[in-house]
Design a protein around this ligand. Structure first.
Ligand SMILES: *Cc1c(COP(=O)(O)O)cnc(C)c1O
Length: 428
């Protein structure tokens, strides 16, 4: 495939945008080469500036669960835009999407909309601190909760791709309030709780991790977390920015039957527009301004275009009861096909999968936390990435990312992909 125009556009971008991109992982630093510039997308396919068609397994890093340019979402946005794009005043559609979200997700009474997953997580821990009157938080190595200061400690994903787990610019003062535990290791959490008695406001976790590849919670990890938190008056925060409205209508709370105290959303909830949200029971949400003392605000929060896109997306997912099963079946089919192809060519690997999230790690040992995820062979990943790209399949340009399956993918697309894996595996 030829990427002439993409290279030219990238060179122009580099002159005026740091690294040529507005979010680091897009820059292909983890895999080498220059990024592909997309011109348009429809359903399961991307069309780039050089006229190549690519099957898309990134899907805007999650939001496009029903495929690109999904008509009900596009129509809703276009109709709304004609009536004004922002008011900074309440609109009815904000209540409509809030009512639907509260109906779909277990265990929440109220939801506040923001503009990104980062904002959602940042606000959630402020609320947890305000509610409990405690300062420290526990996060897990390899989990990503956006780029706000408190979370840039072993943050997985983009941060890990660049080997800068702790970003300059985060002060010691902020960093000392973030304690680091290991995913799927409940003892590492209880040790931190014991060493910081009555100081911990919340434990924040990706309840199915997706930013160090896909890592499912093992055994009763989430239940044990919940019990530990309850016993120590600590709030449990589920960061469902990736998993919310993707793994089930009610996200991981529904799928694994564990209730969190605060839940964060992003990605799917905005249908491809910039939306985040956080939600909880009344008791907690009523601490938020203007009802309570914990401040949080946003000029464009609840923006009508963003709410229209999100409402159309959630409505589609709410009506179609079979969608989550269908997505899981497609993902399982891909899993089986890729396993066969990789085994055929003796490529050491582990594939992790939950619902429509799947990741391929080039290491035969079980991948269950950040350390085991980091064991994967990165040279094999780079060769795999470029091989797949050459076959017309676009996966994330980093070994630490999950692939997102969309409902727009047909079984022919999946077979095409498996066939590509088979061809590429031969060369690894
Ligand atoms: C993507 C993501 C975020 C950050 O969301 P942005 O919209 O990129 O700010 C936070 N948490 C998780 C689990 C994510 O996957």
């Amino acid at each position: 495939m030829i990427y002439k125009r993409s290279s030219t556009l990238f060179a122009a971008a580099e002159k005026v945008i740091p690294g040529g991109v507005n979010s680091p992982v897009r820059a292909f630093k983890g895999v080498g080469g220059t990024p592909i510039f997309v011109k348009e997308a429809k359903g399961a396919y991307l069309y780039d500036e050089d006229g190549n068609r690519l099957i898309d397994y990134i899907n805007s890093w999650g939001p496009m669960i029903l495929g690109h340019a999904y008509a009900p979402v596009v129509d809703a946005v276009v109709e709304k835009a004609k009536k004004g794009t922002s008011f900074g005043m309440p609109t009815e559609i904000e209540t409509k999407i809030a009512e639907l979200a509260v109906a779909m997700v277990p265990n929440i009474d109220k939801i506040r909309f923001v503009n990104s997953g980062t904002e959602a997580c940042m606000s959630a821990i402020r609320l947890a601190r305000g509610f409990t009157g405690k300062d420290k938080i526990i996060k897990f190595a390899g989990c990503y909760h956006g780029h706000s200061d408190s979370f840039l400690i072993q943050a997985g994903s983009g941060a890990s791709t660049f080997g800068t787990p702790n970003s300059p610019g985060v002060t010691q003062g902020t960093a000392k309030d973030t304690l680091l535990a290991n995913y799927n290791d409940i003892d590492s959490v209880s040790a931190l709780i014991d060493a910081n008695k009555d100081e911990i406001a919340c434990v924040i976790v990706e309840p199915v991790a997706g930013n160090m590849g896909c890592i499912p919670p093992k055994n009763d990890f989430l239940k044990a977390l919940k019990q530990l938190c309850e016993a120590n008056a600590i709030l449990l925060v589920f960061d469902e920015v990736m998993t919310g409205f993707r793994l089930a209508k009610g996200g991981v709370q529904e799928l694994y039957g564990v209730n969190a105290d605060i839940v964060c959303f992003g990605k799917v909830i905005g249908g491809g527009l910039p939306v985040g949200a956080f939600a909880a029971r009344n008791e907690i949400m009523n601490h938020l301004a203007p009802l309570g003392p914990v401040y949080q605000a946003g000029t464009l929060s609840g923006n009508p275009l963003a709410m229209a896109a999100g409402l159309a997306m959630l409505t589609a997912l709410n009506i179609d009861d079979a969608v989550f099963n269908r997505l899981a079946e497609k993902t399982e089919y891909l899993h089986k096909g890729m396993t066969k192809a990789l085994i055929n060519h003796n490529v050491a690997h582990t594939i992790n999968r939950v619902g429509s999230m799947i990741s391929v790690h080039f290491d035969e040992k079980e991948v269950y936390d950040f350390a085991t995820a980091a064991n994967g062979n990165n040279d094999t990943f780079k060769a795999f990435f470029h091989g797949m790209l050459n076959e017309g399949v676009y996966i994330a340009p980093s070994a630490f990312e999950t692939w997102f399956i969309t409902d727009a993918l047909t079984y022919e697309d999946l077979d095409f992909t498996i066939n590509a894996v088979n061809k590429v595996a031969k060369t690894l």
